[in-house]
Design a protein around this ligand. Structure first.
Ligand SMILES: *Cc1c(COP(=O)(O)O)cnc(C)c1O
Length: 474
């Protein structure tokens, strides 16, 4: 693509993106496609001869756009609603153009040092001490995997050289998390060779928070049975209900027992930027590691997960392996080569978008946007509470509401799941909004998450209106 064509296509694409971001509402949130539709509309083989960029873009509009789930739609209330903000999108564009590969400091001094600076900014905005060193991974799942790999490295002598299989000195081990922890904890345990039984899920109280006394009991019981406790994962902002495990008492238990504490604050961590919310995280400053996802609630386009660790030396000890051709003089001059801080060798210039987002919004802009999302969720929650045809099924500490319809007209308890599933399908079928669901205490639960820059009170009211209208018409 010669420079003149690049300019022309680039300008056209910027126009397309600007229109898209401003008018995402003209699309149905969920696309009306069936499995296989996209595949069928595309050739089975790559073209032998190059094609024009125009024809590719025409197919993008014809085939792919109608099959997009519009996460940027202000009526997107599913999972955790996320926004690709303007500065974040532009940073990604720039990052692709620069094509930095920051495995070594010398392969990108800018990316290596900007990662440290931007994560340092975020750390101090969240009130965490600078004893936490940060590194960027793609997702929280990978951050948690690194945390537990480091915990294993610390707990099992010479695991790096000897592994675990066939060793008479290594018995069964255990990681602990609540019943409501994210499945990425399960996956990490599977990958680290601990087996699924190596994860013990601690019961929660009636607000879906891990019970510290049950954790202490489980650890004692395991030790008595000859099982070695390794680590505890506490979640602040669980995926189903955004409940908060009590980090302070869990952290005290970990200190007493000598266990690695990893705090999964993938979604809610950024609320620590708001002073009134910071107290909810008390105890996380004593954790060994923390994960916070700017791609969840900090307007940073997917993907960017911030991993903070007080023992990054252990993460490096776990993974650092430098082949001769990558030995560099700077390595001995106190610079960090990011390839040493984890599994992957190559790494994208992700910090650019975090830096641009933080500069664009400023701490105050971020606080204002997040506080507004929380306000909108609380408002929705108050409508649910005031309506005799609905019930709320979990507290609303952040911006997610878990609820279900329970019509006064009397739908038998045994039919409420089916009733709510149908309601969800009908409301999502309008294309105006998208809510997701979860299960709590066996019940099918509707879940509304607010997290978009362009979601206003009007959109939340529309979601409520559609729900109300559907159940009154039944
Ligand atoms: C979303 C979420 C994750 C997983 O995030 P990825 O970045 O997609 O891996 C982990 N933990 C919690 C609490 C989450 O909400």
């Amino acid at each position: 693509m010669d420079p003149a064509d690049f300019r022309r296509h680039g300008h056209a694409l910027v126009e397309w993106i600007a229109d898209y971001l401003a008018n995402a509402e003209r699309y149905p949130v969920l696309p009306k496609v069936q499995p296989g539709d996209v595949r069928r509309m595309l050739p089975a083989e790559a073209p032998e001869r190059g094609e024009s960029f125009e024809s590719t873009i025409a197919d993008f509009e014809r085939v792919l756009v109608p099959a997009l789930t519009h996460w940027n739609h202000p009526g997107f209330f599913g999972y955790f609603a996320i926004t690709a903000s303007g500065p974040g999108v532009l940073a990604e564009f720039l990052s692709a153009a620069l094509n930095q590969q920051a495995m070594l400091w010398r392969t990108s001094p800018a990316a290596t040092e900007l990662e440290e600076v931007s994560l340092g900014w975020l750390r101090s905005l969240m009130g965490l001490p600078d004893s936490f060193e940060g590194v960027i991974y793609d997702t929280a799942s990978i951050s948690t995997l690194h945390a537990l790999a480091a915990a294993r490295e610390q707990a099992i002598p010479r695991v790096r050289e000897l592994g675990m299989a066939g060793r008479s000195d290594v018995g069964p081990m255990r990681v602990y998390c609540s019943e409501h922890a994210h499945s990425s904890v399960d996956k990490a345990v599977l990958l680290l060779g601990l087996g699924h039984r190596g994860l013990r899920k601690i019961p929660v109280d009636d607000e879906f928070r891990m019970q510290p006394s049950a954790l202490a009991d489980a650890i004692r019981e395991d030790r008595e049975a000859g099982i070695t406790p390794l680590a505890v994962v506490a979640t602040v902002g669980t995926t189903s209900t955004t409940s908060l495990d009590p980090v302070r008492p869990i952290s005290d238990i970990c200190q007493r027992e000598g266990l690695w504490l990893h705090v999964d604050a993938a979604y809610a961590g950024v609320t620590a930027i708001i002073p009134e919310y910071r107290g909810r995280f008390d105890g996380w400053q004593d954790a060994d590691s923390i994960v916070v996802n700017p791609h969840k609630w900090l307007f940073t386009p997917f993907d960017l997960s911030a991993f903070y660790c007080r023992r990054m030396d252990i993460v490096r000890r776990t993974f650092s392996l430098v082949p001769d051709y990558l030995v560099s003089a700077e390595g001995s001059r106190g610079v960090h080569n990011l390839m040493d801080t984890g599994v992957q060798l190559g790494r994208r210039f992700r910090s650019l978008k975090l830096w641009m987002v933080l500069r664009h919004f400023g701490a105050d802009g971020i606080r204002t946007a997040i506080a507004e999302h929380i306000r909108l969720a609380q408002l929705f929650s108050s409508w649910v509470d005031a309506d005799p045809d609905f019930e709320r099924l979990a507290p609303v500490p952040f911006s997610v509401v878990c609820f279900r319809a329970k019509p006064r007209s009397g739908v038998p308890e045994a039919e409420l799941d089916a009733f709510n599933e149908r309601l969800l399908e009908a409301v999502n079928g309008t294309g105006e909004v998208f809510l997701s669901h979860t299960r709590l205490n066996g019940m099918f639960v509707l879940r509304l998450a607010v997290g978009h820059l362009r979601t206003t009170e009007q959109h939340v009211a529309r979601a409520w209106g559609l729900l109300r209208q559907d159940i009154t018409s039944h």
